[in-house]
Every structure is written in structure tokens, then in C-alpha cells.
Design a protein around this ligand. Structure first.
Ligand code: ASP
Ligand code: MG
Length: 472
């Protein structure tokens, strides 16, 4: 019998009755079934804030602990059935809250927040969700068992904050822990280093936990439940009437997630692709329906146009200037080495005769600038940072091999009087992207989406607009 792995995220755990709604969804699955849970909506943010405040001010976050305890009690009372089960669940949750309070006291006592404590504290959102959900299922007579990553050995490379899961190391004990036709409830978002330290998998990492488990158990599919139908041709907050995309290849889904679509963690497809395990995205508001989006092996179809336009405001540019810097051998390698030592991941590089531009995560910009200022090669005469940018990406397998797609996108934005600052393609055959001023982001996404996805009549009226200036 093949395993199904299902994942419920923060968007499914928002309202007081949501654990019950998820339990009803689970009833529709045959066992063996592994359920991977995120923290309740926004709980991770609150845990983060409380931990940082405790270390910065030295105060114990008693108000947070009180409010969190009350919210957990309410979840239990509303969703667990029967006095006995409620009593038991309250006790289990209280034990976790006591441990969490101890961790905060530790920060309070030593006045700092080591990464190991930070990661452990943030894992409590998922731990508490899993304990409550296991009780909800058992109280409804489902044969459920709680399985913790530290017990079954979800082994990571040990990098705090954004660890990678080591599949080979994790495969050793897994089958022994997921035995029998049961519902297995697992907290997502963290694994353990080989020394047994809790390590987070990066924000939104529960998708990645679930995907790793699907790989390790050779699951038939990974079903991700959301409050939307799936991936769309554009962000509905910005574009008009986007369509849901029925099928995406693994690389298309990875590129869309990397460039800002907030549907899946960008690493979700990594463990699935080698085993061709599909991801199926369902909307919890329409549980009887087919998945909105299926993600699987690369489609054989010819490229007919981008499948989606996405954007991200999470990037920044670090510009290093100096005469001949772009063509002098070794400068790029030297600078990349400096960034690496500072723990900065380079997303992209563009060089010219007199400048090298690095595209970086915005959260890394300060760190990168500081490292370059301290260790910069002599050739660099000036360092500039540009933060007010947004990156707009067009995604579709084969996009870089088809002539004219990028040109059409630039024409669409040029007709809106938007200047394109940087253009890049070729790193993946599934994505082309360009950088615009942050203030132009919405208009650029809209213009591009309209160009590629509007019905012909609307497109025509757009194409014949009064705007004539071309800025490229
Ligand atoms: N709760 C974690 C976060 O907010 C992990 C997740 O939701 O997947 O990032
Ligand atoms: Mg999430």
C-alpha cells in the first residue's frame, strides 16, 4: 500500500474550527497517511518576535506566553472531542508550553539568543499544532500517532535557520517509525543535525519537510492543502482575473516559488523530482474537487508562451565599481569568495567593463556591503547598494529557447513608460526575469500579464493605448 503525504499550512489553520475542518479532510484519505503540519497562522512570527524581544530587552515575554496558552486551550476545547481526550490534550500542550517558557527564561538569564535556542523556540509552533491535531484525530476514533523529526531522524546538514535535509542519512530509520496502516502526524519546519540539534528549514519550510517525507516513504503523491486553488497566471492582488494553472513541471514550480509566488517553499520539488512524485494542490474550501494544480515531470508539449508572471521585492543589487573591474581576471572569484565567507548567497551576477552587479536577497545586503568594504580587492573604487527594486519573472519551460518572448514583455512594460533596469535569462530554461524600480512593480506585472494572458479584445485595447514612449 503506498503512502500519501498531506500537508496543512498556516492558511488552513487560521480559524478556531480549522483543526476540525482538516480532520474532516483527513478522513477522506486511506491509510497509511502522513500528515505534516505548520504552526497556527502567524504563530511563528509571534514566537520570533518574543524571542528577539526577550534577548534584546532581557524581559521575559509573559504576555505572549499567556496569550499563546489561552489560544492553545481554546483550540483544544473547540476541536478535540470528549472530556477525557480534552483533558489529556490540555496536559500535553501544557507540557510543551512549560518547556517553551523555560527556553525564554534561558534567554532572559544569559541575555543572548544563540541560534540553537532560536531554532528550537520557533519549532514550538509546529510541535503544538501536531500535538493538538493528533488529539483531534484520536478523539474522532482515527488511529493516529504523533511522530517527531527528532525521533524518526529527519537529519539535516545542521545549518541553523535554513538547513537542508539529508535524505540518505534520514532514510535509515524511517520505515521502522512509520509502520502499519495508521495516520502519522508530523510537525513540519524542522529537522535535527547529526548531533541532535533542532534546525529550521527556512520560513515556509513545512512544504519541504513534507516533500522529504514523501521521498523517504516513496509516497504516491504529496497533497498540499491551501486556501486557494493552486498556482495562478498572476497574483490576484495585482492582476485581473488570473487563471489557475492546471499543470506545472518541477522546474516551473521551483522557478515560480523562487521568484516570489507564495504557494510553495522553493525547495519543495527537490526531494520529489528524482522519484517523479507529483504534488497536488487542493483548496480546502472545495475539498471534493480535483486538484487545482498538479506539479510533475517536465511536460513534453512545446513551449507556447509563459505560464505565469510573478514578482519579488526580496532582492537588492550590490554594485561594485572600478576601472576594468568587469574584465580583470580573478576579481569576480575574489568577491564571490568574500560573499561566501560572509554567508551571503549570490542570486545572480551581471558584469560590464566598469561594474559588477550582484543580485542578492535583500536581507543579506547589509552583511554583503560590510564584508566587501572590509575585504574589497584594491580595484574596487566604489560600492553602491540599490534596494528599491523589484524583480519580475516570466516562467514557462523552454522560455529561453523561444525567440521574442522577452522582447514582447519589454514592449509591454515600455508601453507603460517603465524603465527596465536589468534583464537576465539563461540560468534556467524555464525563467526570464527583469528588474524594475520597486514603485513600478505592480504596473510592470500588470502590463506583462495583460499582454500574455488577456483575451484578444482586451489585449488590443491595451496595445492601442496612447502610450508611445519606448524606454528600452
Ligand atoms: N511556520 C513556519 C513559517 O511560518 C513554517 C511553515 O509555515 O511552513 O515559516
Ligand atoms: Mg506557511
Amino acid at each position: 500500500m503506498s503512502y500519501k503525504v498531506i500537508k496543512f499550512g498556516g492558511s488552513n489553520l487560521r480559524n478556531i474550527k480549522d483543526f476540525s475542518r482538516c480532520a474532516e479532510t483527513v478522513k477522506g484519505y486511506d491509510t497509511p497517511c502522513v500528515i505534516v503540519l505548520s504552526a497556527f497562522f502567524q504563530v511563528t512570527d509571534h514566537l520570533k518576535k518574543a524571542a528577539l524581544q526577550a534577548s534584546e530587552t532581557g524581559d521575559f515575554p509573559s504576555i505572549f506566553i499567556e496569550e499563546f496558552s489561552a489560544a492553545c486551550r481554546e483550540q483544544v476545547d473547540e476541536n478535540v472531542e470528549g472530556d477525557l481526550f480534552i483533558e489529556q490534550a490540555r496536559g500535553e500542550v501544557q507540557q510543551l508550553l512549560n518547556k517553551l517558557a523555560l527556553l525564554f527564561r534561558g534567554i532572559h538569564a544569559i541575555g543572548e539568543l544563540p541560534p540553537t535556542i532560536y531554532d528550537t523556540i520557533l519549532s514550538y509552533g509546529e510541535r503544538i499544532s501536531a500535538v493538538i491535531f493528533d488529539s483531534v484525530l484520536r478523539s474522532r476514533k482515527l488511529d493516529s500517532v504523533l511522530c517527531l523529526p527528532e525521533d524518526f531522524g529527519l537529519i539535516t546538514d545542521g545549518e541553523f535557520g535554513s538547513a537542508s535535509i539529508l535524505l540518505k542519512e534520514s532514510s535509515k530509520n524511517i520505515r521502522g517509525h512509520f509502520k502499519g496502516n495508521r495516520y502519522f502526524v508530523v510537525p513540519g519546519f524542522y529537522g535535527v543535525s547529526d548531533e541532535g540539534k533542532i534546525t529550521l528549514l527556512g520560513r515556509g519550510g513545512t512544504d519541504y519537510s513534507a516533500a522529504a517525507l514523501a521521498n523517504l516513504l516513496d509516497a504516491g503523491s504529496l497533497d498540499v492543502w491551501k486556501d486557494v486553488d493552486g498556482f495562478q497566471t498572476g497574483d490576484p492582488k495585482i492582476v485581473n482575473n488570473p487563471d489557475t494553472i492546471g499543470y506545472l513541471s518541477y522546474s516551473e514550480a521551483a522557478e515560480l516559488s523562487y521568484f516570489g509566488a507564495r504557494i510553495l517553499h522553493p525547495r519543495t520539488v527537490e526531494p520529489l523530482q528524482p522519484k517523479d512524485i507529483p504534488v497536488r494542490i487542493f483548496n480546502i474550501a472545495n475539498p471534493a474537487e480535483e486538484p487545482g494544480t498538479i506539479i510533475g515531470p517536465d511536460p513534453k508539449d512545446e513551449f507556447t508562451g509563459p505560464k505565469s508572471i510573478t514578482f519579488s521585492r526580496n532582492f537588492s543589487v550590490l554594485k561594485l565599481k572600478g576601472p576594468g573591474i568587469g574584465i580583470k581576471p580573478g576579481v569576480l572569484a575574489g568577491v564571490a569568495g568574500i560573499m561566501d565567507s560572509a554567508g551571503v548567497n549570490i542570486s545572480s551576477v551581471f558584469t560590464s567593463q566598469t561594474a559588477i552587479c550582484f543580485l542578492l536577497q535583500r536581507s543579506d545586503l547589509k552583511k554583503a556591503r560590510k564584508a566587501i568594504k572590509v575585504h574589497a580587492p584594491a580595484l574596487i573604487s566604489d560600492v553602491e547598494t540599490i534596494s528599491d527594486i523589484a524583480l519580475v519573472a516570466l516562467v514557462g519551460e523552454g522560455i529561453t529557447k523561444k525567440q521574442g518572448v522577452a522582447a514582447k514583455a519589454f514592449q509591454a512594460v515600455a508601453e507603460e513608460n517603465i524603465n527596465v533596469e536589468i534583464i537576465a535569462a539563461g540560468a534556467s530554461t524555464a525563467a526570464v526575469y527583469f528588474v524594475v524600480k520597486e514603485s513600478d512593480c505592480d504596473r510592470a506585472v500588470n502590463a506583462t500579464h495583460r499582454y500574455f494572458f488577456s483575451p484578444p479584445e482586451e489585449k488590443d485595447s491595451f496595445r492601442h493605448s496612447d502610450l508611445t514612449s519606448v524606454v528600452l
